[in-house]
Design a protein around this ligand. Structure first.
Ligand SMILES: [Zn+2]
Length: 327
C-alpha cells in the first residue's frame, strides 16, 4: 500500500504545546516502520495554483500566501513557511488520489490538515482543503467523487466548498456539540447539490456500535447508489476513544471495520485530525496491515458504546436521507 509522505510536513509547528504537532506524524511513521509497514513511500510535489484555485477564492489564496507571521483564528497561526507546507500537504492529497485511481488504495500522511478550510476561510488548524483540492482535480479522471469524513469534528470547509455540487458527495460523522459547531442534520445541500451533503451528527459517548450502524445502514448503501469513481476518506483519528479533543468513543477495531468496508472502492485515506499519539499509531498500523494481509494485534479494541447510543440520530438521518436515497 503506497503511503504519500514528505519530511517537510514535520517543519509545520503552530506553537509549542499545540495538539496539531509534528509528533503526530512521527508517531504514525515510527509505528509503521517498527512493524515493517513503512516501505512503499512516495514523496509528493507541492500543489500548483490551478488546483488550489479550483476550490478556494483568489482573494483567500492571496491572503494566505502573503500573511507570513499572523493569526488565522484563535487556534490556527501562520508562520513564514506555513503556506508552502500547506501547498505540499495538498500536493500529498493529489498524489495519493492519482495512486488510488491508477494503482489501488493509498494513504496520504499529510500536515497541516484541511477539512475546516472553506472557499474563502481557514481555521481549526487548516489552511488549504486537501480533500477538496484532490476531489476537484480527480473529477478530470472520473465522474463522481465521494468524501467520507470520519474525523470527530465536522468538516465545515468541505461542506462549504461542495454544498451545491452533485458530483462530489460529502458524508460526515462527527460530534455535533464541539468545534466548529456546524454539521447539523438538516444541512443537506442546495440547488443541484441537494441530497449530496449528508451530516450524521453524533454526541459525546457514541462509539463503535453507532458508527458501524451508520456505515451499514446509511453510508455504504448511499455510496453503492452514488457509484463513486474515487472515495476520499477524511481520516481524522479524533473520534477515537483515547482522543483528548472529543468525547467520541470509537476503538481502533471500530475504525478498522469502517475503513475495511471501503476497500471495495477506489479509496485513498487522507489524514485529518487525531491528537492521541498512540491512537494514531494504532489505527494506521491496523489499516496498513489489514490492507497488506499482515498480522497486527490492535492495542485499543474496546469501545464503551456496544449498544448503539446514537440510534435516534441514525434513524432521524435515515428518514431525512430517504428523500434522496434508497435506504
Ligand atoms: Zn478533528
Amino acid at each position: 500500500m503506497k503511503i504519500v509522505y514528505h519530511e517537510r510536513y514535520l517543519e509545520h509547528v503552530q506553537h509549542f504545546g499545540h495538539p496539531e504537532c509534528p509528533e503526530r506524524l512521527k508517531a504514525i511513521t515510527g509505528a509503521l516502520a517498527s512493524h515493517g509497514l513503512f516501505t512503499d513511500v512516495v514523496k509528493p510535489e507541492k500543489a500548483v495554483e490551478k488546483d488550489i484555485l479550483a476550490v478556494h477564492t483568489p482573494e483567500y489564496i492571496s491572503y494566505l500566501s502573503e500573511i507570513g507571521e499572523g493569526i488565522i483564528d484563535m487556534d490556527t497561526s501562520s508562520h513564514s513557511e506555513t503556506y508552502e507546507i500547506a501547498l505540499l500537504s495538498a500536493g500529498g492529497a493529489l498524489t495519493a488520489g492519482k495512486i488510488a485511481l491508477e494503482e489501488g488504495a493509498s494513504i496520504a500522511l499529510v500536515r497541516p490538515p484541511g477539512h475546516h478550510a472553506g472557499k474563502d476561510f481557514g481555521g481549526g488548524f487548516c489552511y488549504i482543503n486537501n480533500a477538496a483540492v484532490c476531489a476537484r482535480a480527480m473529477l478530470e479522471n472520473c465522474k463522481r467523487v465521494a468524501i467520507v469524513d470520519i474525523d470527530g469534528h465536522h468538516g465545515n470547509g468541505t461542506q462549504d466548498i461542495f454544498y451545491s455540487s452533485p458530483e462530489v458527495l460529502y458524508i460526515s460523522t462527527h460530534q455535533l456539540e464541539i468545534y466548529p459547531g456546524t454539521g447539523h442534520l438538516s444541512l443537506i445541500g442546495e440547488k443541484e447539490g441537494a441530497g449530496y451533503n449528508l451530516n450524521i451528527p453524533f454526541f459525546s459517548g457514541c462509539g463503535d456500535a453507532s458508527y458501524l450502524a451508520a456505515f451499514e445502514e446509511i453510508i455504504l448503501p448511499v455510496l453503492d447508489s452514488f457509484k463513486p469513481g474515487l472515495v476520499i476518506v477524511s481520516l481524522g483519528v479524533d473520534s477515537h476513544t483515547l482522543d483528548p479533543l472529543t468525547g467520541l468513543e470509537v476503538s481502533t477495531k471500530g475504525y478498522l471495520e469502517m475503513l475495511k468496508s471501503l476497500f471495495k472502492y477506489k479509496t485513498m485515506f487522507l489524514l485529518e485530525g487525531g491528537y492521541d499519539l498512540d491512537a494514531l499509531a494504532d489505527v494506521f498500523c491496523a489499516l496498513v496491515s489489514a490492507r497488506e494481509g499482515r498480522d497486527y494485534t490492535i492495542r485499543y479494541p474496546d469501545s464503551v458504546d456496544s449498544e448503539g447510543r446514537g440510534r435516534e440520530r441514525i434513524d432521524a438521518a435515515k428518514k431525512l436521507f430517504s428523500n434522496y436515497w434508497k435506504l
